[in-house]
Design a protein around this ligand. Structure first.
Ligand code: UD1
Length: 343
């Protein structure tokens, strides 16, 4: 079976994808510098799959060691590139760190892939590239215009997409799949792996589960005066396991030579928008935990509403995100409970 290089493979989406790849029989080598993840994730993966992925503690910016890695694993057939800095607020404070990490890693990878004859890359992009789509582009499909990024983090996703397009344009042997994720949530049903945010979570779900677990006193709902049915923001929350499976489909498609374009782009979402308040109420209903929340002012830079039109991924990749949100929220809670030793 083919070997896949997964950068950022001990991270949140990366680790779930590694599980899915290994369950399909792929050999995986993870490259991760553990800057925002924990080496024990490998134990969780091993407990789920029954095999341990190869792991190399290398920073993708370290060209020499990445070069050695490609030489050592000469059977790599595709790269899935997750490794990146991803905190929006931090990227505003430290733009150069974000540009260096996120652009430098991809540039190194593409150069090394070409030098070592690796032809396929799957890139983690984000629905953030669409900004707030116009009403006539909701739900948002892949043809919606890209809007100027609101943060250096968002800009690195846009520039990286352009770097991939330009590099593929210059090299007919290179193929890329760009996956634009909506909002990934939840954890593996075994609760062996899940999201491990550093410090105070920025994203909604980890904040919800940490509040439910008693680590945070109160969840703040950022705004209830948006132009949405209940006034809170709307997102397309996608189960991380469904998202992981889309990566396997993308790799299969590339390795079988099926792509019709050198760079294929897919939106990965459920096609259903849920508001912050709907998420909260559903979480309380399925877990039976009554967490405290209060409505506060809007968060700067927040998009009012965005959800995906995932039809292209549904038909072309033969993939659908169909896990019920109740099950997804329960998986997030089970993971948090396990982390905190709650019965
Ligand atoms: C955020 C990033 C986005 C990134 C994505 C990764 C911003 C502005 N955007 O998206 O670039 O790709 O994470 O998953 O940070 N909310 C609360 N209270 C909280 C936390 C969140 O009400 O404590 C609300 C937010 O206002 C938003 C929704 O929950 O309406 C989702 O927030 P979040 O999980 O941070 O995701 P995004 O803002 O969509």
């Amino acid at each position: 079976m083919a070997r896949i290089l997964v950068t950022g493979g001990t991270g949140y989406i990366g680790s779930h994808t590694v599980v899915c790849l290994m369950e399909q029989g792929y050999d995986v080598v993870i490259v991760d510098n553990l800057s925002n993840s924990n080496v024990e994730v490998l134990d969780g993966i091993e407990r789920i799959v029954g095999r341990r992925p190869d792991f190399e503690n290398i920073d993708c910016l370290d060209y020499t060691n990445m070069d050695r890695l490609f030489a050592r694993y000469s059977d790599i057939e595709a790269v899935i590139h997750f490794a990146a800095s991803k905190a929006v607020g931090e990227s505003v404070e430290k733009p150069l760190l974000y540009y260096r990490n996120n652009l430098g890693s991809l540039i190194n990878l593409l150069e090394l892939m070409m030098a070592h004859g690796v032809k396929n890359i799957v890139f983690s992009s984000s629905c953030t590239v669409y900004g707030q789509p116009d009403a006539n582009h909701l739900p948002v499909d892949e043809t919606a215009p890209i809007q100027k990024a609101l943060s250096p983090y968002g800009n690195t996703k846009q520039v990286n997409e352009e770097i991939i397009q330009d590099t593929c344009h210059s090299n007919a042997n290179l193929h890329a799949t760009i996956l634009r994720y909506f909002n990934p949530i939840g954890a593996h049903p075994s609760a062996e792996i899940g999201e491990l945010p550093n410090g105070i979570p920025n994203n909604l779900l980890p904040f919800v589960t940490q509040t439910a677990a008693g680590l945070r006193e109160c969840l703040r709902v950022f705004g209830d005066d948006y132009n949405t049915p209940d006034g809170s923001c709307i997102r397309d929350y996608i189960y991380v396991m469904d998202l992981a499976k889309a990566h396997v489909k993308a790799v299969e498609r590339m390795l079988s030579g099926a792509p019709t374009e050198q760079v294929e782009i897919f939106n990965l979402g459920t096609g259903r928008g849920l508001s912050v308040l709907e998420i909260l109420r559903t979480f309380i209903k399925v877990t039976g935990v009554h967490l405290k929340y209060e409505i506060v002012g809007r968060r700067e830079g927040d998009i009012e509403q965005v959800w995906a039109k995932p039809d292209k991924a549904n038909t072309v990749l033969g993939w659908k995100a169909d896990t019920p949100v109740e099950e997804v929220l329960m998986s997030a809670w089970n993971w948090e409970k396990k982390l905190r030793g709650i019965e």
